[in-house]
Ligand binder design. Sequence first.
Ligand SMILES: Cc1cc2nc3c(=O)[nH]c(=O)nc-3n(C[C@H](O)[C@H](O)[C@H](O)COP(=O)(O)OP(=O)(O)OC[C@H]3O[C@@H](n4cnc5c(N)ncnc54)[C@H](O)[C@@H]3O)c2cc1C
Length: 248
Amino acid sequence: MEPLYDLRYEVVGHRRVTPVIVEVALRPRAAPLRYTAGQYVLLSDGEGHLPQRSYSIANAPRPDGLITLLVTRVAGGALTTWLHERLRPGDEVALEGPYGTFVPVTERPLLLLAGGSGLAPMRAIAEASFAERPKRPITLFFSARTARDVIDRRLFSEWQRGHEEFRYLLTLTREGGAPLRGRIPDLLEAAVGSTAEREVFIAGSEPFVADCLQAARRLGAEGAQVRTEPFFCDPQPWLTLPGDQPGS
Ligand SMILES: Cc1cc2nc3c(=O)[nH]c(=O)nc-3n(C[C@H](O)[C@H](O)[C@H](O)COP(=O)(O)OP(=O)(O)OC[C@H]3O[C@@H](n4cnc5c(N)ncnc54)[C@H](O)[C@@H]3O)c2cc1C
């Protein structure tokens, strides 16, 4: 899908889901963006006052074009400070996209490893997979620091009850109170076993992605089976060379 520019969306939801993450719901003012679950958009204020930043779409495509984003506040961050403090329902934003190759390309079972707002593309990929390939096994492994940083625990528990092939693993790195405690790279072997026959997706902060990637490879996943989306620095999609896989 060719990216589209300056698509105007109205903020129809702005909800704090953890102390540092807000979920923003956006409704298209005109024709909606078409995308594949796992892709991201560039978002800006639409008036040229703020820089564009990349955000993964957190839901599978819907007929009404509504999209949700999970945005972590970054201390001193230009766009996230505005998005957390100023943006409210009824406001307008501008989107550009879709971008990215963080999308399933095989029929293998999915292993989704997410830290913080890295959950966004995983929620979209799992939701799309339920609709498109209901029999495909999915393991979603989510890591948060504390119980207050957990997103959508109830939703994923419901998905687990409603979809035989969906498995939800939750770990907390700084306290107990979840089924698992510790970092995903240290728990992966015991919780999941071999990664060799899976298509693996990893999203979150740069160190989280780097450590999970190493663990997934150690347990058998090969290069082409693993896709990563580190959230730290913004790519410039217009500089992507043919054959490059941005974010991978
Ligand atoms: C493909 C892609 C998808 C992304 N998807 C999401 C998403 O779904 N949700 C989400 O919250 N973010 C996502 N990001 C990160 C996002 O694009 C911004 O980089 C982030 O929101 C910070 O923007 P800002 O303008 O507030 O901060 P800036 O003004 O750019 O940065 C302020 C300061 O914080 C540092 N900084 C920037 N980003 C981070 C960070 N992530 N962690 C720690 N320090 C940082 C900078 O080096 C700088 O010193 C994604 C990034 C990429 C590349």
